[in-house]
Design a protein around this ligand. Structure first.
Ligand code: ADP
Ligand code: MG
Length: 245
């Protein structure tokens, strides 16, 4: 999660989920952004989706009915469509609105034994994100090292604290993933050093890499598109770190 748009949330969700699945862990990529980019990033065409995460949130379908498999063995996806925009409004008066996702997932996790669920959040701190933070054990924050990066983090951490004092006391910030990193840029290094003073930053840094931006147009995680690329290697390294914690 990071409420800033374009920082690499979806790219990280897709490629980290694929990399963890490649290590033979049963993995679910859960798309919680109405834009549905995580879904299309693993080859789901929005028009072919009959039931989506929206139906799970409003209680019209179970996750079991919504999940589809992907080209990557062990990787499954719960797709999102534009419908999801309506969920925020439709749930506004529901006293259980913040725990909808957690409740809908609970049954699935018991029956299907997923080892990892990666939730791709929308770029806002609204109800969808509150649901994600309520259902999650840990938060990963993709961060692009630019001047205003830290400012956004303060808001995010305040939201996380609110969730910890409310619907999810055991929520933890697992760490910051530095994305689109340009090692030739001095500012990027300064921002990275500053972030390290305050948060756990994963050793695996994701470089700016054109393969990562090309892969989604083929509906593939970068692993299937160009496994030798620096982007693919970055996310494989990150998966290793996650798997070792
Ligand atoms: P968010 O989900 O936070 O809005 P995205 O993951 O969609 O961000 O990334 C925004 C744009 O940047 C996309 O076009 C994506 O393909 C591109 N992108 C993301 N990470 C990288 C990277 N490491 N190198 C190059 N392009 C990237
Ligand atoms: Mg996104």
């Amino acid at each position: 999660m990071n409420q800033k748009g374009g920082v690499g949330k979806t790219t990280t969700a897709v490629n980290l989920a694929a990399s963890v699945a490649a290590a033979e862990r049963k993995t679910l990529l859960l798309d919680l952004d109405p834009q549905g980019n995580a879904s299309s990033g693993v080859g789901v065409r929005p028009r072919t989706v009959e039931r989506s995460v929206y139906d799970c949130l409003i209680g019209r379908a179970s996750f079991k009915e919504v999940i589809v498999d992907t080209e990557i063995p062990h990787l499954f996806v719960a797709p999102a469509t534009q419908d999801l925009v309506a969920a925020e409004l439709e749930l506004v008066d529901d006293p259980e609105r913040a725990i909808r996702l957690k409740t809908a997932l609970a049954d699935l996790l018991v029956r299907e034994k997923f080892e990892y669920v990666f939730v791709d959040c929308p770029p806002s701190l609204g109800l969808l994100t509150v649901n994600a933070l309520t259902a999650a054990n840990r938060v990963l924050v993709p961060l692009q090292c630019e001047y205003y990066a830290l400012e956004g983090l303060t808001h995010l951490m305040a939201t996380i604290d609110r969730i910890k004092n409310g619907t999810n006391p055991t929520l933890e910030v697992e760490g910051i993933v530095l994305t689109m990193f340009d090692a030739r840029n001095n500012l990027a290094h300064q921002v990275a050093d500053e972030v390290r003073k305050h948060f756990h930053v994963f050793d695996s840094i994701i470089p700016r890499n054109v393969r990562l931006s090309e892969a989604p147009s083929h509906g593939k995680p970068v692993l299937l598109y160009d496994v030798q690329s620096k982007g693919a290697q970055g996310y494989l390294g990150l998966a290793k770190e996650i798997l070792s914690t």
